[in-house]
Design a protein around this ligand. Sequence first.
Ligand code: CO
Length: 208
Amino acid sequence: MDIQQIFKNNLKWVAEKLSIDETYFKKLSEGQSPKILYIGCSDSRVSAEELMGVAPGEVFVHRNIANMVPNNDLNSHSVISYAVNHLEVEHIVVCGHYNCGGIKAAMIQQDFGILNPWLRSIRDVYRLHQDDLQMITGEEEKYNRLVELNVQEQCINVIKTADVQKAILKRNVTIHGWVFDIHSGQLIDLKIDFHKILEKIMEIYRIH
Ligand code: CO
């Protein structure tokens, strides 16, 4: 892609927005109050705002390889802290996607250099669910299931944080686990039963 085309596209977009509402950017500059924090994969095919049909200002977005919330990752946890404590979002979404390269890499016995510690967190998800995953015979099915289980585990990592635990109690913030099905374009709600999970894990992780 011609990088100069980006600037042409941008000017076209500015003109389009202003033709509908000439105060559009003035309003945008005044502040944000998104109700949703979206944590998704950096994959270029999983375009967060576009697939959700939301406008600028509606969703606070964090993306990294394989939509991870590693326990000691200052980046994702800073995003969560800011979204929960300052923006006071009502929903936190972890959205994975089928055909995720990060998940695939974690299923391969290979040295990926600097990526190793990041992928190790995904390998840990595999180990936690090793018995269930090994029951699945098809490689594709196993791959898809690990995508889903990873979303579930990253949701749990979100819930482990003190900020989120307090926000659940105070404002009933809800956590959602979704998967984007790249084959159909549809968003799937994994309908993870957080109350059940919470009961089980809070015995260990309760910190509020
Ligand atoms: Co991905």
